[in-house]
Design a binder for this molecule. Structure first.
Ligand SMILES: [Zn+2]
Ligand SMILES: [Zn+2]
Length: 140
């Protein structure tokens, strides 16, 4: 088990404390948004939902600190911007992301791991990502 990953009990205080992050209103509100979202959300989604409560750099800094601590991970779904999703314990290893063609949301398939890929000699794998698209369970 990866201790850096988040236990999805929505215990915001516990998550911040275990990653030695001070409780600030920006951290609490942004983490709540991310925990409540069933799909990956972009910086724009986040700042839209927050309204003008926090300035741009506060939101960026908060997302960066969450990403550094592996509380969240970045998801590139080809939509042009980076989206963020909370890293669940079962999703700490590289997992598949699924983009729905209908609702255009991107979901973490935390239990669907990326299978090991053989690379030619001299090509060293550091990270991998796999995006699958189709129809999600809410749209099918
Ligand atoms: Zn969908
Ligand atoms: Zn993910």
């Amino acid at each position: 088990m990866n201790a850096a990953a988040v236990n999805m009990d929505k215990d915001i205080d516990g998550i911040l404390k275990s990653h030695r992050l001070k409780r600030t209103s920006a951290r609490i509100e942004i983490l709540m948004l991310l925990l409540e979202s069933g799909y990956a959300i972009s910086y724009n989604d986040i700042s839209e939902r927050l309204g003008d409560k926090f300035d741009k750099s506060t939101v960026y800094r908060t997302l960066n600190s969450f990403e550094e601590k592996s509380i969240i991970h970045a998801v590139n779904d080809g939509s042009g911007g980076i989206k963020y999703a909370v890293t669940k314990i079962e999703g700490a290893a590289a997992h598949v992301h699924f983009k729905c063609d209908t609702c255009e949301q991107t979901y973490c398939l935390s239990n669907t791991k990326i299978p090991p890929v053989n690379t030619p000699a001299g090509f060293v794998v550091k990270a991998s990502s796999l995006l699958i698209n189709g129809t999600c369970k809410y749209c099918s």
